[in-house]
Each structure stands twice: as structure tokens, then as C-alpha cells.
Design a protein around this ligand. Structure first.
Ligand code: WQD
Length: 346
């Protein structure tokens, strides 16, 4: 039996990272997780081992620690890297921009050094639709859309990281690299053993909905109902985290097959828009739980409508998202109930 291909997954105990670890194992890869648990729970590792039925290789290393990362690469000699580890809270990045620039940029530089030193064949970077800024007027965004000045230092780190990767690739043209630009990741694994675990008050919509429904939050406020959209609330492209995870595995497989170096960027979304009100209505209909909600003022920085043109993902990665909004919502609700049962049993 030939040895499994090792893929370094930084931030592998995080929301998208943990779901990608499952998808990698299901596709015959051996994920090597780097996570110092500053933004994730150690319990995720045990649950990943429950889901996959195998022991995980996990290293509590700070990706900015070049010596520690180099020692790991020297011993593991991975075929690929999927780099998730980064700070990602928009609001926090405004309060603490230097922490974001130092961590998100330095960790990437360290990993790119490893690509060169250890001739790592494939590299997938966790980027975001936030690099498009506020696409004026446009609703369905493709990869040719101009990269705009981001709304937050968090978004700006994604733009700068893509630029660092582009400049690195010019010096290392044999590298096979992809930047995946996520739209709105939602939902949880069907086991309800892993999912999005917001630390403190959630920024994102679906965790706020499920926390309100479980009684952790008083009421959901819908930020604005006077937008120029069919029901007046904002429209987004919500993609199930398991589809997003699969897109990462497809990216590694696609890069492996290339016989020359390349660098590309791919949007990862469903290609469909869903409004905030539709998310609320679908939640109530799918779960039978009434959701206390009210309408409030617009949130600064929100764009009225944005969703992915995901034609390139389908063409390049040969992947079309399989899960529905209803799947995302019911899986997120099951995960919220799992958290509640476990928190209340502590
Ligand atoms: C979605 C919609 C809100 C909460 C963010 C990041 C982006 C990316 C995805 C990382 C908006 C509305 C929300 C609430 C509400 N993350 N809302 N009441 O802002 O589209 O994108 O997550 O890459 O970088 O910016 O997602 O979930 O915060 O908001 O009405 O209590 O839900 O106004 O219209 P967003 P979100």
C-alpha cells in the first residue's frame, strides 16, 4: 500500500479547517494539523477522531514560529499545504490592526519559505470575497472583478496575502498554488460533532440565529430592511462548510495533476443569493422553532447584495456545491443543540 500523501493543514482545529480535515481523510490523504488553539477548541481533535475513526497528527505550533514550523516540515516532508490559520474577525481587526497584520502576514511568509525549502508541491490559501470590497452595483462577482481596498484590516490582510503569494510565485514559478475566495461559510458536519464555535458574541448571521433560537441571545436584529432587494434585506451567498471543505480537496487534486507551476484564484460559493429574511423564514420552517427577531438600522459596511459567479470553480475544480440552504440551517441548528447539551452538562 503506497504511503498516503501528507497535507499540512494550518488552523486544522478551526471551523473550516476541521471540516477540511474530514474531507481530506475521506479522500485518502493524511492531514498533519498545525493549530495552537488560540482560536479553536482542543475538544475538536477528539471529535475529529470520532468522525474519522483514526488518530490525528496534531502539532500545537504557532505558524509564525519559523524554527518550529521548519522542524515539522523536515520530519513530515508534506506534499501539500492548506493554510487556514489567521485571525478573521472584522470588528476585532479594526480595534487591533497590528495584531492582524503581524499574525496573518508573518504566518503566510513562514509557510511560503517552507514551500521553497522543502519543495512542497501544492499550496491552497484561504482567502475571501472580502477582497472585492464593495463591488459597486454588481451582484454576481467573478474572479476578474477588481480587487478593491477592503473594508477592514482583516480584509486588507487577505488582499496583501494574495499579493505576497503572487510575488512569491514569480520567484518560485514551479509552485502550484490556488487562492480560494470564500463567500459566506455556514452549517456544520452532519455528525453535529464539529461546527462554527464563535468566541463571544457572534458576528455572523447563522450562529446569531441559532444562539437566539436556543435562548443564548435575546433577539435577532435584522440589520436593515430598506435595501434595494426583493424583500429589502441584504443578500449573500451562503455555502455549506462541507461543500467548502470539498472544494479544498478538489483544489489539491487539481494542483497535483498539473505538470507545471501555476497560480490561480477561485471563488467558492453556491452562485445563488439568499436574503437575511429568507434565512430567518427557512430556519423557522426547517426547525419548527419560532425565531424572535426585529428589524434594526443598517450595519455599516454591509453591501446590499453579493454572491459568487462560481463558473470557474465548476470548470477548474470540477466541483458543484451539493448542499442546500436548508441543509446548512438544519446542520447549524443540530450543532447548536450539541453545544448546548455539552455546555449544560459541564
Ligand atoms: C450576513 C448578513 C448582515 C448578523 C462576513 C465577513 C466576510 C466573510 C463572511 C470571512 C449581512 C446580516 C448579520 C445579525 C443581520 N468572512 N446580519 N443580523 O458580513 O456578509 O461577511 O462573513 O472571510 O469577510 O465580512 O456576513 O454573517 O456578518 O452578515 O442582519 O445579527 O446578515 O447585515 O447582511 P458578511 P455576516
Amino acid at each position: 500500500m503506497d504511503e498516503k500523501k501528507k497535507i499540512i493543514v494550518t488552523g486544522g482545529a478551526g471551523y473550516i479547517g476541521s471540516h477540511t480535515v474530514v474531507a481530506l481523510i475521506e479522500n485518502g490523504y493524511e492531514p498533519i494539523v498545525i493549530d495552537d488553539f488560540r482560536n479553536s477548541q482542543k475538544a475538536v481533535v477528539a471529535n475529529l477522531e470520532k468522525i474519522t475513526g483514526q488518530k490525528l497528527s496534531v502539532h500545537a505550533i504557532d505558524c509564525c514560529n519559523e524554527e518550529a514550523v521548519r522542524n515539522l516540515f523536515a520530519s513530515e516532508k508534506p506534499m501539500g499545504i492548506i493554510h487556514f490559520a489567521a485571525y478573521k474577525a472584522v470588528g476585532e481587526s479594526v480595534e487591533n490592526p497590528l495584531m492582524y497584520y503581524q499574525n496573518n502576514l508573518q504566518s503566510l511568509v513562514v509557510l511560503l519559505k517552507m514551500v521553497k525549502e522543502f519543495k512542497v508541491e501544492t499550496f491552497v490559501f484561504s482567502s475571501s470575497c472580502t477582497v472585492y470590497g464593495e463591488p459597486k452595483g454588481a451582484i454576481s462577482v467573478d474572479e476578474g472583478f477588481p480587487i478593491a481596498k477592503a473594508f477592514s484590516p482583516y480584509g486588507q490582510t487577505k488582499i496583501i496575502c494574495e499579493q505576497i503569494i503572487e510575488d512569491f510565485h514569480k520567484s518560485h514559478p514551479e509552485g502550484k498554488m490556488i487562492c480560494l475566495r470564500y463567500f459566506n461559510p455556514v452549517g456544520a458536519h452532519e455528525s453535529a460533532l464539529i461546527g462554527e464555535y464563535p468566541i463571544g458574541k457572534p458576528n455572523n448571521l447563522l450562529p446569531f440565529i441559532t444562539q437566539t433560537a436556543i435562548g443564548k441571545r435575546e433577539i435577532l436584529t435584522i440589520f436593515g430592511k430598506d435595501y434595494d432587494t426583493p424583500d429589502g434585506t441584504c443578500i449573500r451567498d451562503y455555502i455549506h462548510v462541507c461543500d467548502l471543505a470539498e472544494a479544498h480537496v478538489r483544489s489539491i487534486a487539481f494542483l497535483e495533476k498539473q505538470n507545471r507551476g501555476l497560480l490561480d484564484a477561485v471563488n467558492v460559493g453556491t452562485g445563488k443569493g439568499t436574503s437575511v429574511k429568507e434565512m430567518v423564514d427557512t430556519f423557522e420552517e426547517a426547525t419548527g422553532v419560532e425565531l424572535k427577531h426585529q428589524f434594526g438600522p443598517r450595519r455599516q459596511g454591509d453591501v446590499p447584495a453579493i454572491y459568487a459567479n462560481n463558473e470557474k470553480m465548476q470548470r477548474v475544480l470540477g466541483f458543484t456545491p451539493q448542499k442546500t440552504i436548508r441543509d446548512s440551517i438544519t446542520s447549524a441548528w443540530n450543532w447548536e443543540k450539541y453545544i448546548h447539551e455539552n455546555e449544560s452538562s459541564k
